[in-house]
Each structure stands twice: as structure tokens, then as C-alpha cells.
Unconditional design. Structure first.
Length: 315
């Protein structure tokens, strides 16, 4: 942990992008034998176990204040339980590379939530234009001119629902958990642990209803995928994410979505042989343009430059 604290957060940012980008591949591997809820629950259980071991090894206690745990419960739902389930179900209908590209809309979703939740931050032309460009990018990524089948449309909507949860979770964590002074490992462990507990009755209920059957035999690739998804995607990744949130802010942390599609597309193509339509990376590029405009990196006509930090949550 001392090495992590002494490492620039920018390196953690790149590592986080690689881990979360490959997580969409790991989800696909898990779905070969498990249901979406089981994949989400399994990754959280493994992630919680890894984080608890790290907390114990570093002598980091879990938060003690009830108010902190109340906020962790909200983040556990919005950062873990709900989006993990939505992404897993969405990937039963769409490819892992498309899910990864949709995830790149997270920074724009964070911006939209910040503007809606904090009206004192008056939206400038850059932000309005950036959000408009982002909406166009969604249409391009989905290739709406080709028409979408019901399954693919529902899968894409599930992925969009997941990043909507992230859009709320990033600024919420920055506003309510960063000021507590709790170390990143304590916050990450608490939210992942609660995320697993929230899904426990869902997994048990679906099993009792006969909808939680595991497909056997379980391939070694599925086991390795779930271990990587849990230990890295839900364990180490949330430690890195919490650290970046505290040190660099919600807007910067959410921009890891820029990197995830690069790794998700590469992993999906190399490992799963998933095809990539020409308009999907084009839509991803439009996403980056929209984010650049919204953060003031590209000037809107007759407007002042808005620094990325201004899109952060006050306090």
C-alpha cells in the first residue's frame, strides 16, 4: 500500500482503464456457465475477499461511523450491485466490445448528473454542446440506421442503465465519502462488501425459483475469467478508482471511460473473435469529442474555457 500511495495517480488511472476494459471479456467468460446475477454476485464476493485481505495485511480498519456506512450502502448499490448486474445481463444480448464502447459514455453521464444535481453550476455552451454530441454518439455506436433487434436494443439499454448508475455514483462518492478522511482501501472494501450483501438475497431467491441453474461442466476459461473479474475488476480496480476519486475528483476519475473501450475492443477481438462494425469506433471517437467539448478542451464559439475541475462536485 505504501508503494500505491507513492505512485502517481496517473499510473493508477491507466491500470484501471486496462482492468475495467478487460472486465467485459471476463463477464462474457463467466456467462458461459453462470446467470447474469451470479456473475455479478460472484465477482463481488471475490472482490470483497481480496479487499478484506489487503485491508488486513495493511492494518487498515473498516469505517466505524454509521453515517459513512449509510453512504457506502448507496455507493454499493450504484457502483456495484445494480451496474454489475445490468452489464452482465446486457452482455447476454450484445458483444463485449459494444458494452465497452457504451461504457465510454460514463464521463458524459457524470457531467449530466452533476448539472442536474447541482444547479448552482450553470451549464455553459461547452457542456450543452458536449452532451448533445454525446447523444449523437450513442446513435452512431448503436448504428440505429440499420435497425436494432429487440434483444440487442434491450442489451444496449441495460448497459446505458449501468453507466447511469455510475453517473450518480462518481459525484456521490466525491461529495459524501471523500471528505470523511477514510483511506481508499476502507471505502473500496466497504462498498464492494455491501454490494455483495445486497445481491445475496437476489441470488438465493432466483436459485429457489429454479432460475439460478449453473451450466456444467464449467470450463477452465470461465473459472479464470471469474477470478480475474472478481480479484481485479471488483477488487483492485475499486481500490484504484477510490484513490483517483479522492485525489483527482469525480470528473477525472470517470474519464477512465476513455481508455476502457480500447482494451475491451482489443480483448473481444483477440480472445472471442467478436466482429467490430465500422461505426462503433467512429461513435467512440465522437464520444471523446463530446467529452473534450464539455470539459472545455475544445472551445465552443464565443465562450470561455471551462476547466475540467469545474464539472466536479462542490465540497
Amino acid at each position: 500500500m505504501q508503494a500505491l500511495r507513492s505512485t502517481p495517480w496517473q499510473l493508477s488511472f491507466v491500470a484501471l482503464g486496462a482492468i475495467w476494459g478487460c472486465s467485459f471479456l471476463f463477464i462474457k467468460l463467466g456467462l458461459a456457465s453462470f446467470t447474469p446475477v451470479q456473475v455479478a454476485f460472484g465477482r463481488l464476493v471475490i472482490g470483497a475477499a481480496v479487499l478484506l485481505l489487503i485491508a488486513r495485511a495493511t492494518g487498515t480498519p473498516l469505517p466505524r461511523r454509521r453515517s459513512t456506512w449509510r453512504h457506502l450502502a448507496v455507493v454499493g448499490l450504484l457502483f456495484c450491485s445494480i451496474p454489475f448486474t445490468l452489464f452482465a445481463w446486457g452482455e447476454t444480448q450484445v458483444s463485449s466490445n459494444l458494452a465497452g464502447i457504451i461504457n465510454s459514455f460514463t464521463p458524459l453521464m457524470v457531467l449530466a448528473v452533476v448539472l442536474a444535481a447541482f444547479p448552482e453550476q450553470r451549464p455553459g455552451p461547452e457542456r450543452v454542446v458536449g452532451l448533445g454530441v454525446g447523444f449523437v454518439a450513442v446513435l452512431v455506436v448503436l448504428g440505429v440506421w440499420n435497425g436494432l433487434g429487440a434483444g440487442e436494443a434491450h442489451g444496449a439499454l441495460a448497459c446505458l442503465g449501468a453507466i447511469t448508475c455510475y453517473g450518480v455514483a462518481f459525484p456521490y462518492t466525491r461529495r459524501y465519502l471523500a471528505p470523511t478522511g477514510e483511506p481508499p482501501i476502507a471505502i473500496a472494501t466497504g462498498q464492494v462488501l455491501l454490494g455483495a450483501l445486497f445481491l445475496l438475497p437476489v441470488v438465493a431467491g432466483t436459485a429457489l425459483a429454479g432460475n439460478g441453474t449453473v451450466t456444467t461442466p464449467i470450463a477452465s476459461s470461465t473459472v479464470l475469467g471469474m477470478l480475474a473479474l472478481g480479484a481485479l475488476g471488483s477488487g483492485v480496480a475499486y481500490l484504484l478508482n477510490t484513490r483517483i476519486l479522492i485525489e483527482a475528483g469525480a470528473t477525472t476519475a470517470s474519464s477512465v471511460g476513455y481508455l476502457t473501450p480500447l482494451f475491451s475492443v482489443l480483448a473481444g477481438a483477440l480472445v472471442l473473435g467478436e466482429p467490430l462494425a465500422w461505426y462503433q469506433p467512429v461513435g467512440g471517437a465522437i464520444v471523446l469529442l463530446g467529452v473534450a467539448i464539455s470539459q472545455g478542451r475544445v472551445r465552443a464559439p464565443r465562450s470561455r474555457r471551462v476547466r475540467p475541475a469545474e464539472a466536479d462536485v462542490p465540497g
